[in-house]
Ligand binder design. Sequence first.
Ligand SMILES: *Cc1c(COP(=O)(O)O)cnc(C)c1O
Length: 424
Amino acid sequence: MSELIKKDNSYVWHPFTQHFTEGEPLQIVKAKDEFLYDVNEKQYIDANSSWWVNVHGHGNEEIGNALTKQFNAIDHVVFAGVTHPKAVELAERIVQKLPNNFSKVFFSDNGSTAVEVGLKMALQYFYNKGEKRERFLAMEGAYHGDTFGAMSVGQRGYFNEPFEHFFFDVDFIKFPNQTNESELLNGAEELFKSGEFAGLIVEPLIQGSSGMKMYSALFLDQLTTLARKYGVLVIFDEVMTGFGRTGKMFAMDHCKVKPDIVTLSKGLTGGVMALGLTVATEEIYSAFLSPEKTKALLHGHSFTGNPLACAVSCASLDVFEKEQTWDSIARIQSWNERFLNELRSNDKVAEVRMLGTILALEIETGEGNTYFSNIREKAYSYFLDEGILIRPLGNILFINPPYCIQEESHQKLTGAILRFLASL
Ligand SMILES: *Cc1c(COP(=O)(O)O)cnc(C)c1O
């Protein structure tokens, strides 16, 4: 056992990890482009972009330069009563990239906090207006983060069972499929009619943690329209879908009807720093303006608006302004399409799905889809041996590589997936 592993064992508590049974963690000491390197210089393809965050690949030079430059200008400064150029630049550029109903950007540190802020904005919007609307509608299978508000609007189950009795009440609509959509819309309308709903929160077009489950923009448009009709605020949680993952800058760019609040994180900083944004309409913002201090959004974090995080986010947006980035996204899509067709005829595969740069396949296990499927462990170590870091969700394998991935690496990924399927 290496010194690093010994010390890790002694001092570190890892996320989503059962330390009693889990093997040694990988020791990564270097990262460049789509690759990670361990202590023995073994190379791994970062097939899931390090939990979705690393959109442009590791060690991007432009982002690195922006970080150094910002560090030499201001490293950090309190954000209440103070502003700084990179926060303002980021807010302006994000608002310009979003549909034109959006106008104000609130800063926090990660996806879960961005969601908490969105929920608080929706609740306090009605509170400030003296309207009693306190309920949320969410979707079965949803994942919005691991803080209490975010857990409350997420799928209940083994991930949050110890806390469930502390959650606030939320109504859930079933996941839409071709056969149940009109029934779901009728159900949602009945709920909205009660006048008790403050908000609707969804992961637009694709649910990540529940296994890359996809639904149509048409259904989402219909649901959003209904919420609008009854004065319910619509929150799109674009923490995962934002920044090119779905083939467009945001998932909402596939939709005709736009939300009132959007949450952003993961790909925002190019995977270099922790930052979350909650963006709202002028209508929502204006409900917090009052001579009374208590009508303000009394929320903040020590690192709110961190200049380094804002600077790398701006640099990441610069990278998105290059045609080359969108060409790379389109290339991944076409490689994925080719692979998808190949997988369709594979009898080890129960289903394949793709959206933009995300490709998911459900492995036929005969036991349905569960996070704790033992296929997961088998797949994880198989791919590590092959020089690929990929975290399956139970029997669901998915790839969402950094956009800079080269064709050779993509072929290595798909080749290893085919070999793994054949080994089952
Ligand atoms: C990852 C994720 C979150 C939580 O973000 P963290 O930064 O991990 O707290 C929230 N919503 C969605 C859709 C996510 O994918």
